[in-house]
Design a protein around this ligand. Structure first.
Ligand code: TXA
Ligand code: MG
Length: 339
């Protein structure tokens, strides 16, 4: 999300104000981060649960709250490209420069050999660091004012659906989070593309809004598709991003309508004429909009709504492959693999 400066939260006019949990002010978030607190931060993809990436105590708490095994690395978020080059990684190859120039700030995470600055607790003993400059002015300002890099996994409990609003974070983490920087809903909606630059050829570890083809164009080279020596990445586990209900995937609305299960929450383009009237077995119709982009933006909120709808199961119509559709298909496939 791009927030015009000077920053003014859209709710400000209607009496929105900071609370002990929510803030709309980058400086307040930065101060809490410097003090070693856990601060949820908005990004264009999903909300992250942030901690100072140089503070071992803060990182220990981050992993405990997230419920994440300590050997799983976290992405280190930095304020800008210059900061990314400043000791977080031990090398800054030409390929990193090209990708940073083309896609930062933006939904791309770059894995490099680790430098001296990140605490090893942020890196899960990988010896590598994942760096990202998020495309959210408010969060980049908070990171800049904190004077450090911020380790931030998605602000959900391990294995569950990622949060795309400040309220989702509060629903998931409650008082385990010290502060939530509220930047409104996330615009991309699915996590960043992760590209690993530590191997013989660049390789995508997680699809996102930046596609392999976009990376190849920026790099002028072909990506490796070998996953043989792929590093451990929980976001690439078969079962991840899971709502509470069972998820069943279908390729089109006709197959969804043909389902004989009772009490279905259907995730689909609600403007499709075959859904009016809504078939009786569908107790909740969760609208993806007509594009893969709108599907991605709404995906996690829709899965949360489905969980709360009183349905017995979720049926999701997959978006077509290509662009961000691939990332949505990836996340839904993992959600369907179960918790
Ligand atoms: O869009 C995003 O990437 C969001 C926002 C908050 O920036 N973050 C996010 O973090 O999705 P998380 O922790 O939920 O997923 C990050 C993925 C994990 O699968 C992790 O294993 C992988 O990145 N990862 C982080 N550091 C890594 C490293 N050094 N080597 C390999 N994989 C790494
Ligand atoms: Mg995650």
């Amino acid at each position: 999300m791009r927030i015009p400066k000077p920053y003014r939260h859209p709710n400000a006019a209607s009496g929105c104000h900071d609370t002990p949990v929510f803030t709309h002010t980058a400086a307040v978030a930065a101060e809490a981060l410097r003090a070693g607190q856990l601060v949820a931060l908005p990004t264009e993809t999903v909300y992250g649960l942030g901690a100072d990436a140089t503070n071992a105590d803060a990182l220990a708490r981050l992993y405990a709250v997230k419920g994440r095994p300590t050997d799983h690395p976290s992405i280190v978020h930095v304020a800008d490209v210059e900061e990314a080059r400043a000791g977080w990684a031990s090398a800054w190859p030409e390929s990193a420069e090209l990708l940073a120039e083309a896609f930062w700030p933006g939904p791309l995470t770059i894995i490099l050999p680790a430098g001296a600055r990140p605490d090893p607790a942020a890196l899960g003993d990988t010896g590598t660091v994942a760096l990202r400059v998020p495309d959210c002015d408010l969060t980049r300002e908070a990171i800049r004012l904190s004077g450090t890099g911020i380790a931030a996994p998605s602000a959900n409990r391990f294995g569950r659906v990622s949060p795309t609003t400040a309220q989702h974070v509060l629903d998931d983490l409650g008082t385990d989070v010290d502060l939530i920087l509220d930047g409104g809903p996330c615009s991309v909606g699915v996590e960043s593309t992760i590209v690993d630059l530590t191997g013989p050829a660049p390789r995508v570890l997680r699809p996102g809004a930046i596609t392999a083809q976009m990376l190849e164009t920026a790099l002028g080279t072909t990506l490796s598709t070998s996953l043989e020596t792929a590093p451990r990445a929980p976001g690439t586990l078969a079962a991840h991003y899971a709502p509470r209900l069972t998820v069943v995937l279908v390729d089109d609305i006709a197959s969804a309508i043909a389902k004989t299960e009772t009490r279905i929450a259907l995730v689909a383009d609600a403007s499709d004429p075959r859904l009016s009237p809504v078939p009786a077995q569908i107790v909740a119709l969760l609208d993806t909009g007509t594009s893969s982009e709108s599907y991605a933006e709404r995906l996690y909120a829709l899965l949360r709504e489905a969980d709360d709808s009183g349905a017995n199961s979720i049926v999701a119509v997959l978006p077509p492959p290509g662009v961000v559709g691939d990332a949505v298909r990836d996340r839904l496939t993992r959600a369907a693999a179960g918790a």
